[in-house]
Write a protein that binds this ligand. Structure first.
Ligand code: ATP
Ligand code: MG
Length: 140
């Protein structure tokens, strides 16, 4: 089934200069990029995006990390895009991520882990319009 998912190349990866390599893996992975923009989130914008993690002990630190510099949200489309993008990202903790995954190759820690991906159709439905207006998404 064709799906859309919200991906983010996180501030650590943009700062390291590996956004282009990650975009290359996305394209090689057969995803179509429907939308992309570089943004520097405020604390309020990061807190709203990660509201599901409000009760987690790492919430404040995660929101601070996501505002350290610009990040690159993307809308990806493809067959089973939600799970396939999470497979390409690898496990949350790069030490546990499989060889060849983005987090294994580019992430420094469980927090500064290079990329984000929606974890369900419901979260994609919240996350895509969080960053992109309908006119910023280019269907193919
Ligand atoms: P994401 O939602 O960013 O795609 P994920 O679904 O693999 O990642 P979540 O459990 O949703 O992982 O956690 C959201 C983000 O919070 C992680 O990507 C990471 O940046 C941060 N995080 C998760 N667990 C920890 C932790 N134990 N300590 C610090 N930061 C964490
Ligand atoms: Mg998640």
């Amino acid at each position: 089934m064709t799906q859309r998912t919200l991906a983010i190349i996180k501030p650590d990866a943009v700062a390291k200069g590996v956004a282009g390599q990650i975009l290359g893996r996305i394209e090689q992975g057969g995803f179509t990029i429907l939308a992309a923009k570089l943004i520097h989130m405020s604390r309020e914008q990061a807190a709203g995006f990660y509201i599901v993690h409000k009760a987690r002990p790492f919430y404040a630190s995660l929101c601070a990390f996501m505002t350290e510099g610009p990040c690159l949200p993307l809308v990806l489309e493809g067959d089973e895009a939600i799970q396939r993008w999470r497979d390409l990202m690898g496990a949350t903790d790069p030490a546990k991520a499989a060889p060849g995954t983005i987090r294994r190759d580019f992430a420094a820690s469980i927090e500064a882990n290079a990329v984000h991906g929606s974890d369900s159709p419901e979260s994609a439905a919240f996350e895509i319009p969080y960053f992109f207006a309908a006119l910023e998404i280019c269907p193919r």
